[in-house]
Each structure stands twice: as C-alpha cells, then as structure tokens.
Design a protein around this ligand. Structure first.
Ligand SMILES: CC(C)(COP(=O)(O)OP(=O)(O)OC[C@H]1O[C@@H](n2cnc3c(N)ncnc32)[C@H](O)[C@@H]1OP(=O)(O)O)[C@@H](O)C(=O)NCCC(=O)NCCS
Length: 174
C-alpha cells in the first residue's frame, strides 16, 4: 500500500509530516547506526563509522528528517578516486519501514547525486543484493543500470549486482 500524505491521518506523526533531506549531524549517528543494525545485521556500519563519513570532506551522510526531528532515512557515500577519475560510491542507504513509498529514497539519491556532481564527480555506483527487489526497483527507476553480477559478494550463494549511473557534473566544479 502506498501511504498518501492526504490520507495519513491514522499514521504516526513521523509518517504524516513532510520530511526534508539534510546533512546528518552528530546526534544522528546513533539513529542511523540503529537502523543499520536492524536492516543489515551482517554488514551494518556502526555509529563511529557514520561519524567518520559525516566528518570527511569527500564523503556524505544525508538524512531524511521528519518535522519532529526523527530520522526517517539516510544515505552514506564517499568519493573514491581511481585511474584519475572520481566515483561517488553509495555505502549504504535506507528508509524506515513506516516511511517507505513516499519518495524519500528517491529524494536521498537525487540530493547525493547533486552533491557529487557539484564536486566534479560524473559517476555514481553501488552494490545491491540480487534479491533486494525494492532497492533494485528504486535504482532502476532513478537511471541506474546493471553492470556486473558479483558472485558471493555477501557470502556463499548471496550475490550482488554492481549498478551505476552517470551524473551530470557541474562544469568547473572540483
Ligand atoms: C530501498 C528503499 C531505500 C526505498 O526507499 P523508499 O523511500 O521506499 O523509496 P521511494 O519511495 O523513493 O521509491 C521510489 C521508487 O522506487 C521503486 N520502489 C521502491 N520500493 C519498492 C517496492 N517495495 N516495490 C517495488 N518498487 C519499489 C518504485 O518505483 C518507487 O516509485 P513509486 O513509489 O512511485 O512506485 C527502502 O525500501 C529500504 O530502506 N529498504 C531496506 C534497506 C535497503 O534495501 N537499502 C538499500 C541497500 S542497497
């Protein structure tokens, strides 16, 4: 079911209120880490790692924040330079279960792309579990294409797809 904003009167306030996409702050580290541990028990990043990326100039930690301050979603990524070319890698992203299908995942990706493009990056990449249909649908719908299947990336029998999409880098950006 899709949670339309107009018919959300019966949902908690974090679902009802509009969210804004913002850079994460120190007090978000624990909230992000808690969602990570819940959603990705085997490969979660912890609060220390979130803080590390949040403070790095060439990395990004974004949150989707409800009006009441709650973290409804997040995206963490970093710029990597290989062969003279910068790529923005999405390390992790998620949206709280009760806030999904309201466009927050798409908005987080759009903001991250803009951030990377403003720094002269023209490619965005990520790995996604082959069986993660919702994430694959989100990425496909936002212009990512499958470039490779990574056998056993998440352990035996659990493959990943490498996905990527070009970013229109801002001319003259560094
Ligand atoms: C993947 C995830 C981040 C999507 O977040 P979201 O805020 O629900 O995504 P959006 O509302 O922006 O969805 C955008 C589009 O993606 C697609 N999509 C998202 N979830 C989908 C689902 N469960 N089934 C089918 N398509 C889906 C749809 O095309 C959707 O557009 P629509 O709602 O207009 O049809 C969220 O499901 C999540 O946190 N999953 C668990 C963590 C995870 O898998 N993270 C990614 C690791 S690589």
């Amino acid at each position: 079911m899709r949670l339309g904003l107009t018919s959300a009167a019966s949902y908690p306030s974090c679902v009802r209120s509009e969210a804004s996409i913002e850079p994460a702050v120190a007090s978000d580290d624990m909230a992000i880490a808690a969602m990570e541990a819940d959603l990705f028990p085997l490969e979660a990043i912890d609060a220390g790692q979130v803080g590390y990326y949040r403070r790095r100039a060439r990395a990004l930690a974004l949150v989707a924040r409800a009006r009441d301050g709650a973290v409804l979603g997040y995206l963490v990524g970093t710029i990597q330079r290989r062969g003279g070319e910068d790529t923005f890698w999405i390390i992790t992203m998620a949206v709280a279960r009760n806030a999904r299908r309201r466009g927050l995942g798409r908005k987080l990706l759009t903001s991250a792309s803009r951030w990377a493009g403003n720094r002269g990056v023209n490619r965005i990449k990520l790995q996604v579990r082959v069986g993660n249909r919702s994430a694959r649908a989100l990425y496909k719908g936002t212009g990512f294409s499958l470039t490779r299947r990574l056998e056993g990336y998440y352990g035996e029998g659990d493959d990943a797809y490498l996905m990527e999409r070009p970013i229109r880098a801002r001319v003259g950006a560094r």
